[in-house]
Write a protein that binds this ligand. Sequence first.
Ligand code: MN
Length: 200
Amino acid sequence: MSFELPKLPYAYDALEPHIDARTMEIHHSKHHAGYTNNLNAAIANTDLDGKCIGEILAGVSKQSSAIRNNGGGYYNHDLFWKLMSPDGGGKPSGELQKAINDTFGSFEQFKEKFSKAAATRFGSGWAWLVKLSDGSLKVCSTPNQDNPLMDDAEVKGTPILGLDVWEHAYYLKFQNRRPDYISEFFEVVNWEEASRRFQD
Ligand code: MN
């Protein structure tokens, strides 16, 4: 059994003008497809073949860098597509809104902290809003395709929101202006999906 490239839940141009169609097409059909194919090649004929991605990531410290990088890449992008929507943007509501206000003071303060984590991640990586095992929230970032589900992550927990800050995620439209990309991301965040993940 092998992993399949998940379908995008909307068209390549659905997030225009915030995230451009060409970037979405290459990001999904080339980069995400590459991680998926390379993950399948790395686990073929090993005892990981048939395990779910959560199980693989939870024991990734004992695996090869190919499994770490491509397993992370497979999972992170699947999550990333779901966390954006043409109907997104605005602010969270309900329990997630309350938890964000309790932890960070306000949505604006959360946004500032998350944006800073994304902007200051040196090189390639991700920014995260994570739900820790005690139910509290934390903002962090990880290098490469690492994520908070990995057993050796600095901040471990459930990713509620994730932002890809690899140059392949923004360079065609924004070139070196990563902060502009980060602010456009907030125009398409699927807060309903983030809330669902928080409440699960
Ligand atoms: Mn990416």
